[in-house]
Design a protein around this ligand. Sequence first.
Ligand SMILES: [Zn+2]
Ligand SMILES: [Zn+2]
Length: 158
Amino acid sequence: MENPAAEWKLPWDGGCRCGKVRLRVTLPPIVTMACHCTGCQRMSSSAFSLTMAVPTPGFHILSGAPVVGGLHGASKHMFCDYCMTWMFTRPEGVDEFVNLRPTMLDNPGWVVPFIETFTNEKLPWATTPATHSYATLPDPSLYEGLMREFADKSPRPR
Ligand SMILES: [Zn+2]
Ligand SMILES: [Zn+2]
């Protein structure tokens, strides 16, 4: 990538349902995912959650102060304190990236889940166009190759 910002049309802005929390992404995503686990079904009020892993130095809160919700556990599920939109997750023990829900972006239409996880818990009718499907999670030995394939093949913003 000669000029990642141009190739990915960065920066991207986004926000919660009510607009109190606004955010900005300034670095290309690492990977995109859909998670069919029952926890994500409940927390997203839908069939699956969507994730875009954004490098932490490229993730900025512009306004508002997201609060911890969900399980209040080691992984921090972050919500708008007013409209309670589930906006992003700071995964347990991971400082390198933030898992943003890509539907927070003002222009999310180009984002396609590259990986889907926990298909063993999925609703029978729920399908996604993900390139790679896993019954639970991919083996950690696969992560590096998956991230390289995503960088090469993921659609770019239109
Ligand atoms: Zn809000
Ligand atoms: Zn999940």
